[in-house]
Design a protein around this ligand. Sequence first.
Ligand code: MTE
Length: 326
Amino acid sequence: MAPKKTIMKIYSSEITPEQTYYAQSQSRRQFFKTAGLVASGALLSACAPSTPSTVDPAPTAIKPEKPVTAGQTDELGDAITQYDAISNYNNFYEFTTDKQGVAQMSAGFVSSPWKVQVGGLVNNPKTFDIDDLRKIAPIERIYRMRCVEAWSMVIPWSGFTLSNLLKQVDPKSEAKYVRFETLLDSNRFPGQRDRSFPWPYTEGLRLDEAMHDLTLLATGIYGKPLLPQNGAPIRLVVPWKYGFKSIKSIVKIDLVAEQPTSLWMKSGPSEYGFYSNVNPEVSHPRWSQSSERRIGEMARRRTLLFNGYADQVASLYAGMDLRKNY
Ligand code: MTE
Protein backbone atom coordinates (compact mmCIF):
# COMPACT_ATOMS: atom_id res chain seq x y z
CA MET A 1 0.00 0.00 0.00
CA ALA A 2 1.61 3.32 0.83
CA PRO A 3 5.37 2.77 1.05
CA LYS A 4 6.65 2.57 -2.45
CA LYS A 5 9.85 0.62 -2.60
CA THR A 6 9.41 -2.54 -0.65
CA ILE A 7 10.04 -6.00 -1.98
CA MET A 8 7.52 -8.76 -1.37
CA LYS A 9 9.23 -11.95 -0.27
CA ILE A 10 7.42 -15.23 -0.35
CA TYR A 11 8.43 -18.31 1.53
CA SER A 12 6.00 -20.82 0.19
CA SER A 13 6.64 -23.47 2.82
CA GLU A 14 4.89 -21.29 5.32
CA ILE A 15 1.75 -20.77 3.35
CA THR A 16 1.07 -24.01 1.59
CA PRO A 17 -1.03 -26.87 2.83
CA GLU A 18 1.40 -29.38 4.27
CA GLN A 19 0.25 -32.26 2.14
CA THR A 20 0.93 -30.44 -1.11
CA TYR A 21 4.00 -28.57 -0.01
CA TYR A 22 6.44 -31.42 -0.04
CA ALA A 23 5.40 -32.57 -3.50
CA GLN A 24 5.58 -29.09 -4.93
CA SER A 25 8.36 -27.48 -3.02
CA GLN A 26 11.02 -27.86 -5.64
CA SER A 27 9.07 -26.38 -8.48
CA ARG A 28 7.54 -23.77 -6.25
CA ARG A 29 10.87 -22.59 -5.00
CA GLN A 30 11.89 -22.19 -8.59
CA PHE A 31 8.65 -20.37 -9.36
CA PHE A 32 9.08 -17.83 -6.62
CA LYS A 33 12.70 -17.45 -7.48
CA THR A 34 11.92 -16.55 -11.04
CA ALA A 35 8.55 -14.89 -10.80
CA GLY A 36 7.12 -14.28 -7.42
CA LEU A 37 9.47 -12.12 -5.49
CA VAL A 38 8.88 -8.66 -6.76
CA ALA A 39 5.59 -7.06 -5.97
CA SER A 40 4.40 -4.95 -8.83
CA GLY A 41 6.91 -2.25 -8.23
CA ALA A 42 5.48 -1.34 -4.92
CA LEU A 43 3.87 -2.23 -1.74
CA LEU A 44 4.76 -3.30 1.54
CA SER A 45 6.57 -6.06 2.63
CA ALA A 46 7.10 -9.62 3.07
CA CYS A 47 5.25 -12.69 3.93
CA ALA A 48 6.40 -15.66 5.83
CA PRO A 49 6.54 -16.16 9.49
CA SER A 50 9.85 -16.55 11.14
CA THR A 51 8.15 -17.65 14.32
CA PRO A 52 4.84 -19.47 14.08
CA SER A 53 2.32 -17.85 16.36
CA THR A 54 0.74 -19.83 19.11
CA VAL A 55 -2.93 -20.59 18.84
CA ASP A 56 -4.94 -19.17 21.67
CA PRO A 57 -6.02 -22.20 23.69
CA ALA A 58 -8.93 -20.35 25.26
CA PRO A 59 -12.28 -21.83 24.32
CA THR A 60 -14.13 -19.60 21.94
CA ALA A 61 -17.37 -18.02 23.01
CA ILE A 62 -18.58 -18.45 19.47
CA LYS A 63 -20.72 -21.37 18.53
CA PRO A 64 -20.40 -21.65 14.75
CA GLU A 65 -23.40 -22.80 12.79
CA LYS A 66 -21.13 -25.44 11.27
CA PRO A 67 -17.67 -26.25 12.59
CA VAL A 68 -14.95 -25.61 10.04
CA THR A 69 -13.19 -28.70 8.81
CA ALA A 70 -10.06 -29.08 6.74
CA GLY A 71 -10.84 -29.33 3.06
CA GLN A 72 -13.93 -27.15 3.32
CA THR A 73 -14.50 -24.74 0.45
CA ASP A 74 -16.32 -21.51 -0.21
CA GLU A 75 -19.39 -21.36 -2.45
CA LEU A 76 -17.19 -21.21 -5.54
CA GLY A 77 -15.38 -24.39 -4.55
CA ASP A 78 -12.20 -22.57 -3.48
CA ALA A 79 -10.40 -24.27 -0.60
CA ILE A 80 -10.05 -22.41 2.67
CA THR A 81 -6.55 -21.10 3.36
CA GLN A 82 -4.41 -22.81 5.98
CA TYR A 83 -4.71 -21.33 9.48
CA ASP A 84 -0.94 -20.93 9.67
CA ALA A 85 -0.93 -18.75 6.57
CA ILE A 86 -3.86 -16.64 7.73
CA SER A 87 -2.13 -16.00 11.02
CA ASN A 88 1.40 -15.44 9.72
CA TYR A 89 0.97 -13.32 6.63
CA ASN A 90 -0.55 -10.10 7.82
CA ASN A 91 -1.00 -6.44 7.18
CA PHE A 92 -1.24 -4.63 10.49
CA TYR A 93 0.76 -1.42 10.31
CA GLU A 94 0.19 -0.58 13.96
CA PHE A 95 2.73 -3.34 14.65
CA THR A 96 4.95 -3.35 11.59
CA THR A 97 4.78 -3.02 7.83
CA ASP A 98 6.62 -6.34 7.54
CA LYS A 99 4.05 -9.06 6.93
CA GLN A 100 6.31 -11.72 8.35
CA GLY A 101 6.89 -9.70 11.48
CA VAL A 102 3.32 -9.00 12.56
CA ALA A 103 2.70 -12.32 14.35
CA GLN A 104 5.83 -11.97 16.42
CA MET A 105 5.42 -8.26 17.12
CA SER A 106 1.81 -8.68 18.18
CA ALA A 107 2.33 -11.68 20.45
CA GLY A 108 1.21 -10.69 23.91
CA PHE A 109 -1.05 -7.86 22.73
CA VAL A 110 -3.75 -7.64 25.39
CA SER A 111 -7.22 -7.54 23.87
CA SER A 112 -9.24 -8.24 26.98
CA PRO A 113 -10.83 -6.29 28.58
CA TRP A 114 -11.98 -4.42 25.47
CA LYS A 115 -14.83 -2.06 24.82
CA VAL A 116 -16.35 -0.75 21.62
CA GLN A 117 -18.12 2.59 21.77
CA VAL A 118 -20.97 2.90 19.26
CA GLY A 119 -22.46 6.37 18.88
CA GLY A 120 -22.81 9.42 16.70
CA LEU A 121 -26.16 9.86 14.95
CA VAL A 122 -28.01 7.15 16.87
CA ASN A 123 -30.89 7.10 19.32
CA ASN A 124 -29.29 4.61 21.70
CA PRO A 125 -25.54 5.18 21.96
CA LYS A 126 -23.93 2.35 23.81
CA THR A 127 -20.53 1.06 24.85
CA PHE A 128 -20.33 -2.68 24.38
CA ASP A 129 -18.07 -5.05 26.20
CA ILE A 130 -16.34 -7.54 23.92
CA ASP A 131 -17.91 -10.45 25.80
CA ASP A 132 -21.37 -9.06 25.07
CA LEU A 133 -20.50 -8.51 21.43
CA ARG A 134 -19.47 -12.15 21.13
CA LYS A 135 -22.98 -13.15 22.09
CA ILE A 136 -24.67 -11.17 19.30
CA ALA A 137 -26.14 -13.73 16.90
CA PRO A 138 -22.90 -15.66 16.30
CA ILE A 139 -22.42 -17.05 12.83
CA GLU A 140 -19.62 -18.49 10.75
CA ARG A 141 -18.96 -17.50 7.13
CA ILE A 142 -16.32 -18.49 4.62
CA TYR A 143 -15.26 -15.43 2.60
CA ARG A 144 -12.60 -14.65 0.04
CA MET A 145 -10.34 -11.79 1.08
CA ARG A 146 -8.63 -9.88 -1.75
CA CYS A 147 -5.89 -7.51 -0.66
CA VAL A 148 -5.31 -4.40 -2.78
CA GLU A 149 -1.74 -5.70 -3.14
CA ALA A 150 -3.12 -8.49 -5.38
CA TRP A 151 -2.91 -11.47 -3.05
CA SER A 152 -5.90 -13.29 -1.61
CA MET A 153 -7.03 -15.90 0.90
CA VAL A 154 -10.21 -17.78 1.77
CA ILE A 155 -11.00 -17.31 5.44
CA PRO A 156 -13.55 -18.98 7.72
CA TRP A 157 -14.68 -16.13 9.96
CA SER A 158 -16.79 -16.24 13.06
CA GLY A 159 -18.64 -13.20 14.27
CA PHE A 160 -21.95 -11.49 13.63
CA THR A 161 -23.46 -9.19 11.05
CA LEU A 162 -22.73 -5.50 11.58
CA SER A 163 -26.42 -4.84 10.93
CA ASN A 164 -27.26 -6.75 14.10
CA LEU A 165 -25.12 -4.34 16.10
CA LEU A 166 -26.33 -1.21 14.34
CA LYS A 167 -29.98 -2.12 14.93
CA GLN A 168 -29.27 -2.11 18.65
CA VAL A 169 -28.16 1.53 18.60
CA ASP A 170 -30.97 2.64 16.28
CA PRO A 171 -29.41 4.96 13.66
CA LYS A 172 -31.13 8.33 13.17
CA SER A 173 -32.44 9.22 9.72
CA GLU A 174 -29.59 11.72 9.22
CA ALA A 175 -27.03 8.91 9.52
CA LYS A 176 -25.69 8.10 6.04
CA TYR A 177 -22.29 6.57 6.74
CA VAL A 178 -20.48 4.53 9.38
CA ARG A 179 -17.00 5.44 10.56
CA PHE A 180 -14.73 2.92 12.30
CA GLU A 181 -11.66 3.56 14.39
CA THR A 182 -8.83 1.34 15.65
CA LEU A 183 -7.34 1.72 19.12
CA LEU A 184 -4.84 4.60 19.35
CA ASP A 185 -2.10 3.66 21.79
CA SER A 186 1.52 3.72 20.71
CA ASN A 187 2.56 1.84 23.85
CA ARG A 188 0.58 -1.14 22.63
CA PHE A 189 0.94 -0.46 18.91
CA PRO A 190 4.59 0.46 18.34
CA GLY A 191 3.93 1.11 14.65
CA GLN A 192 1.90 4.15 15.66
CA ARG A 193 5.17 5.86 16.56
CA ASP A 194 5.74 6.13 12.82
CA ARG A 195 4.29 9.58 12.32
CA SER A 196 4.17 9.27 8.54
CA PHE A 197 0.72 7.69 8.94
CA PRO A 198 -2.27 9.69 10.15
CA TRP A 199 -3.20 7.45 13.08
CA PRO A 200 -5.53 6.13 14.26
CA TYR A 201 -6.46 3.76 11.43
CA THR A 202 -9.95 4.73 10.34
CA GLU A 203 -12.33 3.35 7.76
CA GLY A 204 -15.83 3.97 6.55
CA LEU A 205 -18.81 2.45 4.81
CA ARG A 206 -22.00 3.85 3.40
CA LEU A 207 -24.89 2.91 5.70
CA ASP A 208 -26.43 0.52 3.18
CA GLU A 209 -23.08 -1.23 2.76
CA ALA A 210 -22.78 -1.49 6.51
CA MET A 211 -26.29 -2.94 6.80
CA HIS A 212 -25.67 -5.50 4.04
CA ASP A 213 -25.93 -9.07 5.22
CA LEU A 214 -22.41 -9.91 3.98
CA THR A 215 -20.80 -7.27 6.22
CA LEU A 216 -19.45 -8.83 9.39
CA LEU A 217 -17.80 -7.92 12.61
CA ALA A 218 -15.48 -10.85 13.13
CA THR A 219 -14.26 -12.11 16.48
CA GLY A 220 -12.77 -15.39 15.31
CA ILE A 221 -11.18 -17.42 12.53
CA TYR A 222 -11.47 -21.22 12.20
CA GLY A 223 -13.76 -21.13 15.25
CA LYS A 224 -10.94 -19.81 17.45
CA PRO A 225 -10.81 -16.27 18.87
CA LEU A 226 -9.02 -13.78 16.63
CA LEU A 227 -5.29 -13.64 17.16
CA PRO A 228 -3.77 -10.18 17.65
CA GLN A 229 -2.26 -10.20 14.15
CA ASN A 230 -5.72 -10.71 12.62
CA GLY A 231 -7.27 -7.82 14.54
CA ALA A 232 -8.18 -9.10 17.98
CA PRO A 233 -10.57 -8.87 19.54
CA ILE A 234 -12.88 -7.51 16.83
CA ARG A 235 -12.51 -6.41 13.20
CA LEU A 236 -14.62 -5.54 10.23
CA VAL A 237 -14.96 -7.91 7.24
CA VAL A 238 -16.37 -6.59 3.96
CA PRO A 239 -15.62 -9.36 1.44
CA TRP A 240 -16.39 -7.47 -1.78
CA LYS A 241 -13.95 -4.66 -0.95
CA TYR A 242 -10.17 -4.63 -0.83
CA GLY A 243 -8.81 -5.98 2.45
CA PHE A 244 -7.73 -2.59 3.81
CA LYS A 245 -11.39 -1.69 4.37
CA SER A 246 -11.53 -4.52 6.94
CA ILE A 247 -10.26 -2.45 9.86
CA LYS A 248 -8.79 -4.32 12.83
CA SER A 249 -8.97 -3.94 16.62
CA ILE A 250 -11.94 -1.58 16.54
CA VAL A 251 -12.72 0.62 19.57
CA LYS A 252 -15.15 3.12 18.08
CA ILE A 253 -18.01 3.02 15.58
CA ASP A 254 -19.84 6.25 14.73
CA LEU A 255 -22.86 6.86 12.56
CA VAL A 256 -22.23 10.07 10.64
CA ALA A 257 -23.84 12.27 7.98
CA GLU A 258 -20.77 12.90 5.81
CA GLN A 259 -18.55 10.43 3.98
CA PRO A 260 -15.66 9.63 6.35
CA THR A 261 -12.04 9.98 5.24
CA SER A 262 -10.04 6.83 5.88
CA LEU A 263 -6.38 6.57 6.83
CA TRP A 264 -5.58 5.37 3.31
CA MET A 265 -7.54 8.18 1.65
CA LYS A 266 -5.49 10.64 3.70
CA SER A 267 -2.15 8.93 3.08
CA GLY A 268 -2.60 8.21 -0.62
CA PRO A 269 -5.52 10.19 -2.03
CA SER A 270 -4.56 9.44 -5.63
CA GLU A 271 -4.38 5.70 -4.94
CA TYR A 272 -7.10 4.85 -2.42
CA GLY A 273 -10.71 5.90 -2.70
CA PHE A 274 -13.63 5.56 -0.35
CA TYR A 275 -15.39 2.66 -2.03
CA SER A 276 -12.45 0.37 -2.78
CA ASN A 277 -14.64 -2.32 -4.29
CA VAL A 278 -12.65 -5.15 -5.83
CA ASN A 279 -12.61 -4.37 -9.52
CA PRO A 280 -10.32 -6.15 -11.99
CA GLU A 281 -10.91 -3.40 -14.55
CA VAL A 282 -9.71 -0.50 -12.46
CA SER A 283 -5.97 -0.69 -12.00
CA HIS A 284 -4.19 0.66 -9.00
CA PRO A 285 -2.04 3.54 -10.32
CA ARG A 286 1.03 1.37 -9.75
CA TRP A 287 -0.19 -2.12 -10.71
CA SER A 288 -2.96 -4.06 -12.41
CA GLN A 289 -5.83 -5.52 -10.41
CA SER A 290 -6.84 -8.00 -13.09
CA SER A 291 -5.32 -11.03 -11.37
CA GLU A 292 -4.23 -12.15 -7.94
CA ARG A 293 -2.02 -14.64 -6.15
CA ARG A 294 -4.06 -16.90 -3.89
CA ILE A 295 -1.90 -17.72 -0.92
CA GLY A 296 -1.00 -21.41 -1.12
CA GLU A 297 -1.37 -21.62 -4.90
CA MET A 298 1.20 -21.39 -7.65
CA ALA A 299 -0.62 -19.93 -10.63
CA ARG A 300 -2.21 -16.52 -10.53
CA ARG A 301 -5.98 -16.44 -10.85
CA ARG A 302 -8.32 -13.96 -12.41
CA THR A 303 -9.75 -11.38 -10.05
CA LEU A 304 -13.54 -11.31 -9.97
CA LEU A 305 -15.66 -8.16 -9.98
CA PHE A 306 -16.71 -7.41 -6.40
CA ASN A 307 -14.48 -10.34 -5.46
CA GLY A 308 -17.13 -12.76 -6.73
CA TYR A 309 -20.01 -11.28 -4.70
CA ALA A 310 -21.48 -9.19 -7.56
CA ASP A 311 -24.83 -10.98 -7.51
CA GLN A 312 -25.28 -9.87 -3.91
CA VAL A 313 -23.81 -6.38 -3.93
CA ALA A 314 -23.74 -4.90 -7.46
CA SER A 315 -27.19 -3.36 -6.94
CA LEU A 316 -25.74 -1.17 -4.19
CA TYR A 317 -23.85 0.70 -6.90
CA ALA A 318 -26.48 0.85 -9.64
CA GLY A 319 -25.98 3.95 -11.76
CA MET A 320 -22.60 4.77 -10.26
CA ASP A 321 -19.48 5.08 -12.38
CA LEU A 322 -17.23 2.48 -10.76
CA ARG A 323 -14.16 3.99 -12.41
CA LYS A 324 -14.70 7.32 -10.75
CA ASN A 325 -15.97 5.88 -7.49
CA TYR A 326 -13.03 3.58 -6.94
N1 MTE B 1 -6.55 -2.58 10.17
C1 MTE B 1 -5.67 -1.87 10.89
N2 MTE B 1 -6.09 -1.28 12.03
N3 MTE B 1 -4.38 -1.69 10.51
C2 MTE B 1 -3.92 -2.22 9.34
O1 MTE B 1 -2.73 -2.03 9.00
N4 MTE B 1 -4.44 -3.53 7.33
C3 MTE B 1 -5.51 -3.79 6.38
C4 MTE B 1 -6.68 -4.53 7.04
N5 MTE B 1 -7.02 -3.93 8.32
C5 MTE B 1 -4.81 -2.99 8.54
C6 MTE B 1 -6.13 -3.16 9.02
C7 MTE B 1 -5.06 -4.54 5.21
S1 MTE B 1 -4.11 -3.67 4.09
C8 MTE B 1 -5.43 -5.82 4.98
S2 MTE B 1 -5.09 -6.58 3.49
C9 MTE B 1 -6.11 -6.62 6.01
O2 MTE B 1 -6.31 -5.90 7.22
C10 MTE B 1 -5.25 -7.83 6.31
O3 MTE B 1 -5.87 -8.66 7.24
P1 MTE B 1 -5.10 -9.97 7.74
O4 MTE B 1 -3.74 -9.57 8.19
O5 MTE B 1 -5.93 -10.53 8.85
O6 MTE B 1 -5.03 -10.89 6.55
